[in-house]
Each structure stands twice: as structure tokens, then as C-alpha cells.
Ligand binder design. Structure first.
Ligand SMILES: [Zn+2]
Ligand SMILES: [Zn+2]
Length: 100
């Protein structure tokens, strides 16, 4: 997955992580540097990404709670935050895409 990582204007301690989704949306999640809580965004097509601390574990818990009965394949990769640290980005892909 190709992510674009940048800081919003005048917010150097925020990492905005977005990607170009196949459905045409550009889901973006904003993670604040040092936060214990990952940021996340759900796309209309069912894809979900989590950015920051414990991203994969939090995504897993989220899918179990919010998408019961659905099968997701989960993956995680590191991206470089604007402040130079590596931060995890977890991605959840539903087996059945959502339609809208
Ligand atoms: Zn969409
Ligand atoms: Zn989408």
C-alpha cells in the first residue's frame, strides 16, 4: 500500500496518512505525535486504516467489535512520520467490499 504522509499546515506534530482508495476516496487519518491512541479512518468501501501506537492490535479489536461476522485481512507496515520516527500503519481489507 502506498501511503502519503504529511503534516497539516502549522501542525508539525501531526502525521496525516492517506492513500488513494480503489473506490475513489482518499481516506486520511491524523495521528498526533506521542499519542497512546492510534488514529483511524474507515472508507465507504469497508477498508480501514489505523495509524500510530498499537495500530495493528487496535485495528483487530475494532474489526471484531464493529464488523462482526465479516472477514478482514489485516496487515501492517511502517511509514516515516514528518518528525522522522517510524510509525506503524495497519490496514484492514474486507473480503467482501462494501457498496454504497
Ligand atoms: Zn469511497
Ligand atoms: Zn474505499
Amino acid at each position: 500500500m502506498d501511503y502519503v504522509v504529511r503534516s497539516p499546515m502549522n501542525r508539525p506534530d501531526v502525521a496525516e496518512v492517506r492513500y488513494d482508495c480503489e473506490c475513489g476516496c482518499k481516506p486520511r487519518a491524523r495521528y498526533e505525535r506521542g499519542s497512546d491512541e492510534p488514529a483511524h479512518e474507515q472508507c465507504c468501501c469497508g477498508r480501514i486504516h489505523f495509524v500510530g501506537t498499537d495500530a495493528l492490535q487496535q485495528l483487530e479489536a475494532f474489526v471484531q467489535q464493529e464488523r462482526p461476522g465479516e472477514t478482514y485481512s489485516l496487515s501492517v507496515q511502517q511509514v516515516t512520520a514528518p518528525w522522522g520516527d517510524e510509525i506503524p500503519v495497519a490496514f484492514g481489507l474486507p473480503q467482501e467490499p462494501h457498496h454504497h
